[in-house]
Design a protein around this ligand. Structure first.
Ligand code: BG6
Length: 506
């Protein structure tokens, strides 16, 4: 049964790329699955001057470009629900006409007062729009619920995140705020919870007694593309680590929640953020490595260096690669290093969590252990989503030679199981008021607090190197030292590139 309350979905930044590529296609998908409420309207809001018809036509093309369409009559029916209102985001006087437009839509479509406001705008507007909405009473819940969805980044550093927090919480309640971290919408990230807590065999080993270290890699083969302007204000640490990858680390490390209630899960996630051991200023150099990609020929194609990308300062010191080593100070994880690395223009696109188990205490067989940590559990978040367990087996024949073999599961083996896009899942949850998969204020603040010494050092300490790495490689070699000081290595899932360069072992 469809239990989604009737509501209006308002997207600020409706003429932007995210609306076209992700938001409207996701809403369309929900429509096709009959998951939208009976009475529903989508109101696009941005600076551009569109009529309803022009905006509908643009969204129709976007759906056709970004979704596989089985039946065009669905598209026609869906776009009829779309409307448009032009607004000057900074101009308080344009919010009254917006309110009147919403009231008109509510009356015409008999929808009622429930409203989602999705901010798909530059982050500089995250303080301003909610404040203007509140100034005309659009935050008030007397005639139905009001929710505010905010895209990352939530602030630029600790100071700006605290300021944004105060701005938002002045007019809005915490339970009205939904901070999107699209990694939490990924099926495979959620599966981390299920793998851990629905099986009796992993959890007894999931601690400092059996785990040597945890590695989280998120590699992208693309460069910054047309987002040089944004990326210059961000860099890999803010773009990927502060949010997506620390969230993945928290889900990997959290205790079992007492129930599946959002508050129970989010409380456990928050505790992990609160247990992150601060990185001392003097340790930044050895525990955090940054790099920037250089021009190179990748798969017979010349690709530009970061400094030559559109919108990028030719002398930029923005990192396109970041790797950090850190600890979670609690009973479960005391002394276990966690490693996160991420970068653009690496050899392939892959995101995975690797649990490296401790080696056996005494190695009996000939040839010595085949690797320093033979047992690994690889949770592949994307692509080729799945899970892989590596373990030692006897090589057939005389003696007792050991080789490492794999036991694996691929999501693609599940027939007829469509994996919803992250946005589809998160948009649907926000409509239902389920905040489980959204970042809570305190988590965001703790994440900024944790990264502050690295951010400060990379900004102010000219002695901390920014390593160049040729596009198409695994980043600065110095990042290997983070792990190799312990006689371990990163997992290189795509080390053995085949001719087309995309073969990755799961
Ligand atoms: C975004 C970052 O949040 O995540 C991008 O801003 C990055 O720079 C993207 O490319 C990665 O997302 P995904 O889902 O492709 O791994």
């Amino acid at each position: 049964m469809n239990t989604n309350d009737n509501h209006i979905y308002v997207i600020f930044g409706a003429s932007g790329d995210l609306t076209k590529r992700k938001l409207v296609p996701a809403l369309y998908s929900l429509f096709v699955q009959n998951l939208l409420p009976e009475k529903f309207a989508l109101l696009g809001v941005s600076r551009s001057d569109f009529t309803d018809t022009e905006f509908r036509t643009a969204m129709e093309s976007a759906i056709k470009e970004f979704k596989e369409i089985d039946d065009t009559s669905h598209v026609e029916a869906f776009v009829k629900k779309i409307h448009y209102q032009s607004i000057q985001f900074n101009d308080a006087s344009t919010y009254l006409p917006l309110k009147q437009r919403l009231e008109k839509l509510r009356t015409e479509e008999k929808i009622g007062g429930n409203t989602v406001f999705y901010l798909s705008t530059p982050p500089s507007l995250y303080g301003i729009i909610p404040q203007h909405l509140a100034s005309v009473g659009l935050n008030l819940q007397n005639d139905g619920w009001k929710r505010l969805i905010i895209e990352k980044p939530f602030g630029y550093d600790l100071e700006s995140a605290l300021k944004l927090k105060d701005q938002l919480l002045k007019d809005w309640q915490e339970d009205q705020l939904f901070r999107i971290d699209h990694y939490l919408g990924k099926e495979t990230v959620q599966n981390l919870l299920v793998t851990r807590f629905s099986n009796g065999i992993f959890e007894p080993l999931w601690n400092r007694n059996y785990i040597d270290h945890v590695e989280i890699t998120s590699a992208e083969s693309i460069g910054v593309e047309k987002r040089g302007g944004y990326y210059e204000t961000s860099g890999a640490l803010r773009d990927m680590v502060q949010n997506h990858l620390l969230q993945v680390a928290a889900i990997t490390a959290m205790e079992s929640p007492s129930s599946l209630e959002p508050i129970a899960i989010r409380n456990e996630i928050l505790k992990v953020f609160q247990s992150l051991r601060p990185i001392k200023k003097e340790d930044v150099k050895t525990n955090a490595i940054r790099g920037q990609y250089l021009a190179a020929t990748v798969k017979n194609e010349k690709v530009p260096g970061y400094r030559d990308e559109e919108g990028v300062n030719p002398e930029s010191v923005t990192e396109t690669y970041a790797a950090i080593k850190f600890y979670i100070d609690n009973w479960r994880w005391g002394g276990v290093p966690f490693y996160i690395r991420t970068g653009k223009r690496l050899p392939t696109r892959v995101t995975e969590v690797v649990i490296h188990f401790k080696p056996t205490p005494h190695f009996l067989f000939s040839g010595g252990p085949v690797c320093s940590s033979c047992n690994q559990l690889v949770i592949r978040i994307q692509p080729d989503e799945g899970v892989l367990l590596k373990f030692g087996m006897k090589t057939p024949g005389a003696g007792f030679e050991v080789q490492t073999v794999n036991m694996d599961f691929h999501y693609s083996d599940l027939t007829n199981q469509r994996i919803p896009s992250a946005y589809e899942r998160l948009i649907y949850d926000s409509m239902k008021g389920d905040s489980t998969l959204f970042a809570r204020t305190e988590e965001v603040i703790e994440a900024w607090k944790f990264l502050s010494p690295v951010i400060d050092c990379w900004k102010n300490d000219k002695d901390v190197p920014l390593f160049g790495y040729p596009a198409g490689t695994w980043g600065p070699e110095t990042a290997d030292d983070l792990i190799e000081d312990r006689d371990m290595t990163w997992r290189y899932p795509c080390k053995n590139l085949s001719d087309d360069g995309i073969y990755c072992e799961l």
